[in-house]
Design a protein around this ligand. Structure first.
Ligand code: PEP
Length: 263
């Protein structure tokens, strides 16, 4: 069973995928599933992360859902406040739009858009200062895993941010372990391998923060309805960050249900 003191999180990362009509339909289907068979809010936090242009539309659409479903931004600016920063969306603008959650450090941002440690630290500081909760993504490449460096890489990614997170701000951080080789590939880390890394992350967090025992650690990487129950049964896997399978309302619902029932 999962660590019962931590409410699991299941968050769908839509990436640059559904157009408005598809996003609308997806949310309508998901709302209907919750209507038919609700998942208690205290059993599982549920969130969806649409692209920024769809974010507030989805948020409005979710207002009459049978339970809270959070809207999560996929990214934010490394620049704080307002100003002459063409194309950017700041933490304050997210907060002003009642968006309370943001992903930071997704491997696609790190690999394709140059989000290095300094940029990630700036984004994190901005998000936390604005009062947002951050889902901070970490994970090793296949090469790093094959070299036996997975644990070191992942723990370093956690340490990278420790200098800029104030003691009490750790309450507003969720960690998502996403081995890069498992993202969008159909290859999932085995529950045993995922659990082993999550246990290491838990140990690392306990050394860094007083909230280390209660920080939710999500797994991401080809999570689907078919493997969610097994992953949810691992004691240190406190939820899932779901890409592809979150684009299907039924699969996403089944994943949320699996984690809710693992409590
Ligand atoms: C992700 O991008 O965060 C992810 C885990 O994707 P997928 O579930 O498609 O592997």
């Amino acid at each position: 069973m999962s660590n019962s003191t931590i409410t699991p999180w299941v968050v769908g990362n839509w990436k640059m995928n559904p157009m408005h009509a598809n996003a609308f339909q997806l949310i309508e289907e998901f709302k209907q599933l919750l209507q038919q068979d609700n998942i208690a809010a205290e059993q599982c936090h549920i969130g969806v992360a649409p692209t920024s242009i769809v974010l507030t539309g989805v948020q409005a659409q979710l207002k009459d859902a049978a339970r809270a479903v959070y809207t999560v931004a996929q990214d934010l600016s490394r620049v704080a406040g307002t100003g002459a920063y063409t194309g950017e969306v700041s933490a304050e603008l997210l907060k002003d739009s009642q968006i309370e959650y943001v992903l930071i450090g997704h491997s696609e941002r790190r690999e394709l858009f140059g989000d290095n440690v300094e940029i990630l630290k700036a984004k994190l500081q901005n998000a936390l200062s604005a009062g947002l909760t951050v889902i901070y993504c970490v994970g090793e490449s296949l090469e790093q895993r094959e070299q036996g460096a997975a644990e070191q890489v992942v723990l370093q990614q956690i340490c990278d941010i420790a200098a800029v997170v104030k003691a009490e701000q750790w309450q507003n951080i969720v960690v998502a372990y996403e081995p890069i080789w498992a993202i969008g590939t159909g290859k999932t880390a085995s529950p045993a391998d995922a659990q082993a890394m999550h246990a290491k992350i838990r140990e690392g967090l306990k050394q860094i923060t007083a909230f280390g025992a209660t920080t939710a650690i999500l797994y991401g990487g080809s999570v689907k309805a078919e493997n969610a129950v097994e992953l949810a049964a691992c004691p240190d896997i406190n939820g899932a960050l779901v890409g592809g399978a979150s684009l299907n309302a039924q699969s996403f619902y089944q994943i949320a249900k699996a984690f809710a029932q693992s409590k």
